[in-house]
Design a protein around this ligand. Structure first.
Ligand code: GLU
Length: 294
């Protein structure tokens, strides 16, 4: 029988808070319950925001909470070459295109359309979809722009990708005390438009690295917060395009702040380190995270 593989994948761009603790503890809980492995992965592609200090704090906080993980820990910044190889495969199939509109240009473009009465679509996170005008550039025009050295990101041509995949996509959302029940959830990647697969400043993106890493690390169960529920649709498309297996998913509830909003790394009062310094015990943190409620 294959051993289930779980992972906790924080970004070392801030201190862990109660929401991260909850996620890591839920991962640990299911890994233990199913006799599986728990991996830790550092999602540190953003060199400008990730620091060795935050990384050290993650190790410290998890160890304090009583969470163990396997070594070596996968650090995404050590694997840019692997992500580039996957991107090159999609480039060869003409499923990605260089997108050079700056944030300001996108905003102006959309403002124009909205002034003209158009209702510009937003993705499930509320961000306006990329206009994709450069998707339609001729090969010559595109080569000219690239030769000028303009900065660009690589975006997935979602319509082409979905045509290539052909079939309707879905994922298994797992439930039950031992994750043995599952519902088939219809994936709607089209709601995200032409997502970024490699940023201007980084040779990959969250979406591309997460699907490759889950596959390369043999992750069978992705247990993470509800905030990534809709993004799973993007992950499913990429898995199909790159011939990667689809793990099962379990999106757990989010811990909300006093204002009813998702916790952010700037919530100092719910930081694990701050709670520890105030004298909280790991058991108290488990209780605060409401772990019993699963
Ligand atoms: N690195 C992501 C975060 O810190 C989590 C990614 C995932 O679990 O798929 O929110």
């Amino acid at each position: 029988m294959n051993i289930p593989v779980f992972r906790f994948a924080p970004s070392p761009n801030g201190l862990l808070h109660l929401g991260h603790a909850y996620s890591a503890l839920v991962d640990q809980h299911f890994a233990e319950r199913l006799g599986g492995r728990l991996l830790l992965r550092l999602e540190d592609i953003d060199a400008a925001r990730c620091t060795p200090e935050y990384e050290a704090a993650i190790f410290r906080d998890l160890a304090w909470l009583g969470i163990g993980w396997e070594n070596p820990v996968r650090r995404q910044s050590d694997h840019f070459g692997e992500y580039e190889a996957a991107l090159n495969r999609l480039r060869k199939e003409e499923l990605v295109y260089p997108a050079s509109m700056s944030r300001g240009e996108v905003r102006a473009f959309i403002a124009d359309r909205e002034t003209a009465g158009e209702n510009w679509p937003r993705d499930p996170d509320g961000v306006p979809l990329y206009p994709g005008s450069d998707r339609r550039l001729s090969g010559r025009k595109r080569a000219e722009l690239l030769a000028e050295g303009i900065p660009f990101a690589w975006r997935l041509d979602m319509a082409a990708a979905l045509e290539r995949v052909g079939a309707k996509l879905s994922w298994s959302e797992l439930s039950g005390a031992d994750l043995s029940a599952s519902s088939c959830i219809e994936a709607r990647p089209q709601d995200w438009g032409d997502v970024i697969l490699a940023r201007r400043d980084v040779p990959t993106s969250y979406h591309l690295s997460v699907v490759l890493d889950d596959a390369l690390q043999g992750v069978t169960h992705v247990v993470r917060g509800m905030d990534l529920y809709a993004a799973t649709a993007v992950h499913r498309v990429l898995q199909e395009l790159l011939d990667l297996p689809a793990p099962g998913y379990r999106h757990h509830r989010l811990i909300l702040g006093p204002d009813g909003r998702k916790l952010s790394k700037s919530f100092q009062d719910t930081g694990i380190a701050a709670l520890r310094e105030q004298g909280a015990t790991p058991e108290a943190v488990r209780r605060m995270a409401g772990l019993e409620e699963g």
